[in-house]
Design a protein around this ligand. Structure first.
Ligand SMILES: *[C@@H]1O[C@H](CO)[C@@H](O)[C@H](O)[C@H]1NC(C)=O
Ligand SMILES: *[C@@H]1O[C@H](CO)[C@@H](O)[C@H](O)[C@H]1NC(C)=O
Ligand SMILES: *[C@@H]1O[C@H](CO)[C@@H](O)[C@H](O)[C@H]1NC(C)=O
Ligand SMILES: *[C@@H]1O[C@H](CO)[C@@H](O)[C@H](O)[C@H]1NC(C)=O
Ligand SMILES: *[C@@H]1O[C@H](CO)[C@@H](O)[C@H](O)[C@H]1NC(C)=O
Ligand SMILES: *[C@@H]1O[C@H](CO)[C@@H](O)[C@H](O)[C@H]1NC(C)=O
Length: 393
């Protein structure tokens, strides 16, 4: 499995308001949403990796050069046992009019570079918000800020914010939701109606973007039994070489923007420029200039431990996972396919990784890595949602 490329990345801040179905003048809205601070207990084994510390913009570039230096070999000092409860910021939305699909909960995990707003783009939401598209189709959907982003907790960027811990956070959220205790065990803001406080899904579909999809692939192999299907976006199993961090630059989050990111400690960095965001996420002709400004406005820091932990957490077969899986990607995704995903799928490796189910693939025409920010986003959402519907979810 050594040269399997599990290529991934980046994914989105929740300013969304509680949308209550009120009759006071305004029309009844199609969704009810609640903002949650969820305490998620986690037991996981991280590693203490050797790497330079990042406490300035100069350090951020030095980190990039150091980790890509041809003679650098990964070194682990010791294992780090995580046994903590992390506070995770989440949003649950359910349809106001409950149909048969309202009991199917989609749990959406964003990638690196954004927080949960990735799924809930505020510009022209009827075109761009995946949350709205899913709820209008009758689904319930939970979005959350991964550890270290948005309004979730920002623990040590070196030894805590790593892949094993993030996979267990997703597992923990999924189990809480399934048990019907998600809302009761969380601090909820705004008023919650009965519809939502009693919410207990019968099925769970994992939806990911990039690094979020990577976490889901690991979740399906480590916790086979807790998901009923998955849509992995911005993620493809290929034999292509990786676009490594030499292709894009970060700055130390706190120095980059002390107003927005003043709370981020050592080891958190952020993509430096709008040009860099365009290169990684957007394809000319398939995004509105306003959207590029928006990506810059909503971009979020990443933790160095997320990069460091990729090497020791390779994808492993999801033996026994039988739910339907769709790989949904932009045709011209620069990050995962070096600009062109046509013909890039490595079908043999897909069969090894998902031996007990069928993986369906779809390339969304003329689209880059950030599928929710492309002008044709809403047509793509229909492809994803129809896939679930056809598979009985
Ligand atoms: C990681 O290793 C360094 C170097 O040995 C050590 O100083 C540090 O305390 C270790 N951190 C953890 C969390 O184990
Ligand atoms: C990379 O950083 C590590 C940890 O700080 C250091 O030990 C190593 O010498 C650096 N490598 C290079 C080539 O500078
Ligand atoms: C985690 O911590 C709790 C309480 O401190 C303890 O009861 C439990 O045994 C620990 N679990 C592991 C796997 O270390
Ligand atoms: C959540 O708490 C409320 C009030 O304490 C209770 O009425 C309800 O049954 C609880 N729901 C679940 C699923 O435990
Ligand atoms: C999964 O697929 C493998 C390889 O085809 C097969 O040996 C195994 O029996 C299957 N397991 C289940 C639970 O279906
Ligand atoms: C928009 O996406 C849909 C669904 O993938 C596709 O059928 C259509 O051709 C796309 N339109 C353009 C202009 O790319």
């Amino acid at each position: 499995m050594g040269n399997i490329r599990f290529l991934v990345l980046l994914g989105a801040l929740a300013l969304a308001q509680i949308v209550a179905a009120t009759t006071s003048g305004a029309a009844i809205t199609f969704k009810q949403c609640i903002q949650l601070e969820v305490p998620v207990p986690v037991v996981a084994t991280n590693q203490n990796y050797s790497m330079p510390r990042v406490d300035s913009n100069i350090d951020a570039i030095d980190w990039t050069v150091n980790v890509t230096t041809r003679s650098t070999t990964p070194h682990i000092f010791n294992s780090v046992n995580i046994n903590n409860t992390f506070t995770i910021s989440a949003q649950l939305c359910v349809p106001s009019q409950k149909g048969p699909k309202a009991d199917v909960l989609q749990i959406a995990t964003h990638g690196l570079g954004f927080d949960k707003i990735y799924w809930d783009v505020e510009i022209n939401p009827e075109e761009y918000s995946y949350v709205d598209a899913a709820v209008k189709k009758g689904y319930s959907i939970l979005t959350y800020d991964r550890l270290g982003t948005g309004k979730s907790q920002r623990p040590d960027a070196y030894t805590v914010v790593q892949i094993p811990t993030e996979v267990e956070i997703l597992a923990g959220l999924t189990k809480l939701a399934r048990s019907g205790k998600l809302i009761n065990s969380s601090k909820a803001s705004g008023t919650s109606s009965r519809t939502i406080s009693d919410f207990r899904p019968s099925k769970v579909v994992q939806v990911g973007h990039s690094f979020g999809s990577y976490l889901i692939a690991l979740l399906l192999s480590r916790h086979v039994e807790i998901s009923d299907g998955a849509i992995l976006t911005g993620f493809l199993v290929t034999k292509l070489p990786t676009i490594n961090v030499l292709h894009y630059d970060h700055e130390f989050a706190r120095e980059h923007d002390p107003v927005r990111f003043g709370q981020y400690p050592s080891g958190y960095f952020v993509l430096n420029t709008k040009s860099c965001l365009q290169k990684l996420f957007l394809r000319k002709g398939a995004f509105e200039p306003e959207m590029l400004d928006y990506t810059e406005k909503i971009k979020q820091p990443e933790a160095v431990g997320e990069y460091a932990s990729e090497g020791s957490n390779p994808p492993s077969p999801a033996v026994g996972f039988k739910g339907p899986i769709q790989f949904f990607n932009g045709e011209f995704d620069n990050y995962i396919c070096i600009g062109d995903c046509r013909g890039a799928l490595d079908e043999d490796t897909v069969k090894l990784l998902f031996p007990n189910t069928t993986v369906y693939t779809y390339l969304q025409p003329n689209t880059g890595h950030a599928l929710t920010m492309a002008t044709n986003a809403s047509a793509g959402y229909q492809v994803m949602l129809n896939f679930l519907d056809e598979k009985g979810l």
